[in-house]
Design a binder for this molecule. Structure first.
Ligand SMILES: Cc1cc2nc3c(=O)[nH]c(=O)nc-3n(C[C@H](O)[C@H](O)[C@H](O)COP(=O)(O)O)c2cc1C
Length: 463
């Protein structure tokens, strides 16, 4: 392993790619080379760091200095002044949109400080392609603890006690799903990850896989141990090439370290993972359609029961969970269900990642405790409405969701409260509308994704 005095993490999320982060990365590498600093400074491209509207952006560690809105020529100055002379460059710091005050480091910027990260804990912090860095941040400790100190049924009990609910949309209790699958007699059993991420505007799963792929691998391996499965599959959309690449490399590293394969931690337990790339059909995010597609058949949903727990992949007992669900699991096993339950609400423990979009000042990915008031997400983290216009409504839950009007800004964002307001959590899409937003335009936007004018559930159908 090589050691560097600084790590510079460049955001490579979808928003930053659109604003030219690859040009920034190339210029950074070039400039570092010209200054002869390549043995001292490591440049890392990672998944979405969160504040998409501020891209292109990068963070210089260990100080955590955050540079945003970068132009290629700014990079040379940052290399010269900050990375060579050791003096951070104030001109390219984040500035508060209202007071214009500069803030140097991520721990000084409300967008970051008001969040609580469990699923996104390592994204934007570590090199996603370095298993050593993941391990340095307690990675694979939960898996080691599970295999050396716990029986499979203990893991299921801990997950049940944590109250973790699936983050893919329906909010089904994860521990219960694992227990059903563990109790079914048939073998082999399978662990499947739903990384199809079809909801318009949602990109939290992409960010986790691009920025911290080992957290998904560890979560799936824990599931494999708990239910008695030795093989897992990640079904991921083809539109996420960086996520596929990072995950493939992470799987190979985990195999090399003996964390995937046979007799892991000398426990006798074997587990391995493979990636299957889907073609990006919205319907293939539905679990039974996904399993059909994984088997090489046409991706069409089938009636349930039987549930995947009973008859899943190749008719065998299968757990299928979402990426964010799996990414929560290592922390739950390591820190315990009581810790997890201390965050969020009684019936919706833990955090949830939201993709904040629309007319908010700070759009991007945010992770907050369940039950955080909607207004806090939009105004404290999101920085309010662009141009100080009036807030009209927030749309949550993707095409099957609904809108919360201005009177609902105090709504605690959790599964139950959103249902009471006629909408759903879904996978965490959150579109902010100002007084001028046209609802018909929003409906048309969703129609492009649903493509089924008679589904009866999505927003255009219900209008
Ligand atoms: C039309 C449709 C699309 C879906 N798309 C996704 C998706 O993209 N990602 C996802 O995780 N779950 C999606 N789901 C939910 C899955 O069917 C399933 O409930 C989920 O993968 C279970 O994982 P969880 O318990 O961890 O949430 C979709 C459901 C429906 C009905």
């Amino acid at each position: 392993m090589e050691f560097y005095r600084n790590h510079v993490l460049v955001c490579g999320g979808g928003g930053c790619q659109s604003s030219g982060c690859h040009i920034i990365r190339d210029r950074l590498i070039d400039s570092i080379k010209k200054r002869g600093l390549e043995s001292e400074i490591k440049v890392v491209v990672t998944g979405c760091m969160g504040p998409c509207s501020l891209g292109p952006m990068m963070i210089v560690y260990p100080e955590g200095i955050f540079y945003c809105g970068l132009k290629p020529e700014n990079v040379d100055i940052i290399v010269e002044k900050h990375l060579y002379e050791g003096v951070p460059v104030k001109e390219y710091f984040y500035r508060d949109p209202y007071s214009d005050e500069p803030a140097a480091a991520i721990h000084e910027i409300p967008f970051f400080t008001r969040q609580m990260k469990i699923a996104l804990r390592n994204v934007g912090l570590i090199d996603p392609l370095s298993i050593e860095e993941y391990i340095a941040f307690d990675g694979y400790f939960a898996f080691a603890k599970a295999l050396t100190q716990h029986k499979p049924e203990d893991i299921i009990r801990l997950v049940k006690e944590s109250g973790l609910r699936g983050r893919g949309g329906a909010g089904f209790p994860t521990g219960l799903k694992w227990e059903f699958t563990a109790k079914v007699q048939g073998r082999p059993k399978y662990v499947v990850c739903n990384a199809d991420e079809g909801d318009p505007g949602a990109f939290m799963d992409r960010s986790i896989i691009e920025g911290d792929p080992h957290s998904l691998i560890e979560g799936m391996a824990l599931c494999g141990y708990a239910i008695g499965a030795n093989q897992g599959y990640v079904y991921i959309r083809a539109e996420y090439p960086m996520a596929v690449e990072h995950l493939q490399k992470a799987i190979e590293q985990a195999r090399k370290y003996g964390l995937l394969g046979s007799d892991i931690f000398s426990s006798g337990f074997a587990f391995d993972l493979e990636i299957r790339v889907g073609a990006g059909a919205f319907v293939c995010g539905e679990e039974t359609a996904l399993l059909a597609s994984l088997e090489g058949r046409r991706g069409e949903p089938r009636p349930k029961p039987p549930y995947p727990a009973q008859e899943g992949l190749w008719n065998q007992p299968t757990v299928i969970n979402n990426v964010e669900t799996y990414a929560n699991l290592p922390s739950i096993i390591l820190k315990g269900p009581k810790w997890f339950r201390s965050i969020g609400t009684e019936r919706s423990p833990g955090t949830k990642v939201f993709a904040l979009a629309g007319q908010a000042v700070n759009t991007g990915l945010v992770e907050v405790p369940m039950g955080t008031p909607l207004g806090d997400i939009i105004f404290d983290i999101g920085g309010g409405i662009i141009g100080k216009k009036n807030f009209k409504a927030a749309q949550t839950g993707g095409p099957s969701g609904g809108c919360i009007p201005a009177g609902g800004l105090n709504v605690p964002v959790d599964y139950e409260s959103l249902r009471e307001w006629g909408t759903i959590m879904g996978s965490g899409g959150l579109i902010v509308m100002d007084e001028n937003t046209c609802m018909v335009d929003l409906a048309k936007f969703f129609l492009d994704f649903c493509q089924d004018e008679s589904c009866g559930k999505c927003i255009p159908c219900r209008m």
